[in-house]
Design a protein around this ligand. Structure first.
Ligand code: 5GP
Ligand code: ZN
Length: 136
């Protein structure tokens, strides 16, 4: 299904032009218009899924396979020394376009970017409780 109000539906399906790095029946990989670093790309499914929770498992697997292929190509061609895969779900997690997408962010020496979090600290009991909440 496509969402007629969704900009990534329009880009993924070629209604709005984009700098396309790869395309097949199910996906388009494009350059991000507001790149964190040189070569910052987005993997877009052509079908509309708002986020990871809506994404079928099979499509999720295809996204990771495609990310691997693109990552190898980007390393070879751009000469990046690292690469972050980032995938935001929900406002609170920084998602701004509500059509599932995977960021591919090549990393270079002194590229001025920092992708990460402040590490917390937990007791053994707290870790156990969280584990049980998730899998118990
Ligand atoms: P999010 O914050 O939802 O994880 O990421 C949205 C990304 O989409 C941002 O990095 C932003 O720069 C990019 N973006 C938003 N609108 C457009 C657009 O029209 N074209 C392209 N190529 N990228 C876009
Ligand atoms: Zn969409």
């Amino acid at each position: 299904m496509k969402d007629t109000n969704c900009i990534f539906c329009k880009i993924a399906n070629g209604e709005i032009p984009s700098k396309t790095l790869y395309e097949d029946d199910n996906f388009r990989v494009i350059l991000d218009l507001g790149p964190a670093t040189k070569g910052h790309a987005l993997i877009l499914p052509k079908e509309h899924y708002a986020n990871l929770h809506e994404l079928p498992e099979e499509t999720a697997g295809e996204v990771m396979k495609l990310a691997k292929r693109m990552a190898d190509r980007m390393k070879e061609r751009l000469g990046c020394e690292g690469l972050n895969l980032v995938q935001n779900n929900g406002d609170l997690a920084g998602q701004t376009v509500f059509h599932f997408h995977m960021h591919m962010i090549p990393r270079y020496q002194a590229d001025g970017q920092k992708i990460g979090w402040r590490p917390g600290e937990l007791t053994e009991e707290e870790l156990e409780e969280i584990k049980n909440t998730i899998v118990g």
